[in-house]
Design a protein around this ligand. Structure first.
Ligand code: 3PG
Length: 394
């Protein structure tokens, strides 16, 4: 895909799609990862004297404006981080946005209102895309986290505005994740967690041939363990995925890839933060109890495997890490990943949040800003936002 350095931005008004979908609490941004990651592209453009019309979604407002999901607080935080003028428009393509874009000087940023306040964004409505496109004469997509969405600002605008190039964050994400799929230095270890087997089948299938070992945790491990014949008692088992798990286990066998499952779990009497709980071997979960985290023996064994990795990918928490009693598995894995001297990648979402909460992000080679996007990329899917940039260059 065409890169940012192929664009001479001076004198242009550049439409920049970023992923500024950050967590907010009482009107304040609580995690800057995505904002910080968006700065290099913005600085490059502003230094060249471009006017920047910045676009993002925030949350999932379903085509209706909502006070809590306005981008105002994000603009404020961005202004602090960037140290340049960032003005927030009160609408997306309406009078306020038009006036602010018209008044924008070289070296300044206008942030349009939350794109998803208009139903045209997720529908990739041509009229909405036309109106966005009318704001600029160049397009930069730096929203890796939204590249898997075929939305107006992601695919409709680059269809209409040329040149259309990838921003620095987009390029770095694609380079790093592509590197994982192209025979990286071994041993290559992947650790996958998260709630549902069904969400991870594609990625497991695509990684089975690439990795040397696949370590499984999170709620999805209970379906795998059940597929192996263990009695999971009250644990969450996706019964419609048992055959898929058996198939994946057999495929791993054929590929010579070691697919490892927990040997012990923290079992709880109910799904609650203060539930009675105890650590038990996977074959001895007491009747009526459910696994909510991987156990210490599993953490120790996964940790020693992780220590040997030359290349490592981690996606998905090992347990219900929002609750202290069931956070040790995720924390233990986060610490092992941080301590690993190989090339370490965290595939966005909850696992990225976990390493950041523990203050370990600096010790990881690459923390992806995309949750769903990085998973789809690792499944081998051609992300629509990337395909749109390639198409424009062809
Ligand atoms: C994310 O948080 O993964 C991205 O911002 C995409 O958000 P979405 O899943 O609501 O499209």
């Amino acid at each position: 895909v065409p890169a940012l350095d192929s664009l001479d931005a001076s004198g242009r008004t550049v439409l920049v799609r970023a992923d500024l979908n950050v967590p907010l609490h009482e009107g304040e941004v609580t995690d800057d990862l995505r904002l910080e990651a968006s700065l290099p592209t913005l600085r490059t453009l502003l230094d060249q004297g471009a006017r920047v019309v910045l676009m993002s979604h925030l949350g999932r407002p379903k085509g209706e404006p909502s006070e809590e999901l306005r981008l105002g607080p994000v603009a404020e935080r961005l202004r602090d981080l960037l140290g340049e003028s960032v003005t927030a428009a009160r609408d997306i393509v309406g009078d306020d946005a038009r006036a602010k874009v018209a008044a924008c000087e070289p070296g300044q940023v206008v942030l349009l209102e939350n794109l998803r306040f208009d139903p045209g964004e997720t529908k990739n409505d041509p009229e909405f895309a036309d109106r966005l496109a009318a704001f600029g004469d160049a397009y930069v997509n730096d929203a890796f986290g939204a590249a898997h969405r075929a939305h107006a600002s992601v695919v409709g605008v680059p269809d209409r505005v040329q040149p259309a190039v990838a921003g620095e964050l987009m390029a770095a994400e694609l380079r790093t994740l592509q590197g994982l799929l192209e025979d990286p230095p071994g041993p290559f270890i992947a650790i996958l967690g998260g709630a549902k087997v069904s969400d991870k089948i594609g990625v497991i299938e695509n990684l089975l041939d690439a990795v040397d070992r696949l370590l499984i945790g999170g709620a999805m491990c209970y379906t795998f363990l059940a597929a192996q014949g263990h009695d999971m008692a009250g644990s969450k088992v996706e019964t419609d995925q048992l055959d898929t798990c058996r198939e994946l286990l057999a495929r791993a066998d054929r590929a010579g890839t070691e697919l490892r499952l927990p040997v012990d779990v923290v079992a709880a009497a109910e799904f609650a933060s203060d539930a009675d709980h105890r650590t038990v071997p996977v074959s001895e979960i007491p009747e009526g109890m459910m696994g909510l985290d991987i156990g210490p023996e599993t953490v120790a064994s996964y940790a020693s495997t992780i220590a040997d990795a030359q290349t490592l990918l981690w996606n998905g928490p090992m347990g219900v890490f929002e609750w202290d009693a069931f956070a040790a598995g995720t924390e233990g894995i986060a610490r092992s990943v941080a301590a690993c001297t190989g090339f370490t990648v965290i595939g966005g979402g909850d696992s990225a949040a976990a390493v950041r909460q523990l203050g370990l992000a600096e010790q990881v080679s690459h923390v992806s800003t995309g949750g769903g996007a990085s998973l789809e990329f690792l499944e081998g899917i051609d992300l629509p936002g990337v395909a749109a940039l390639r198409k424009g260059a062809a």
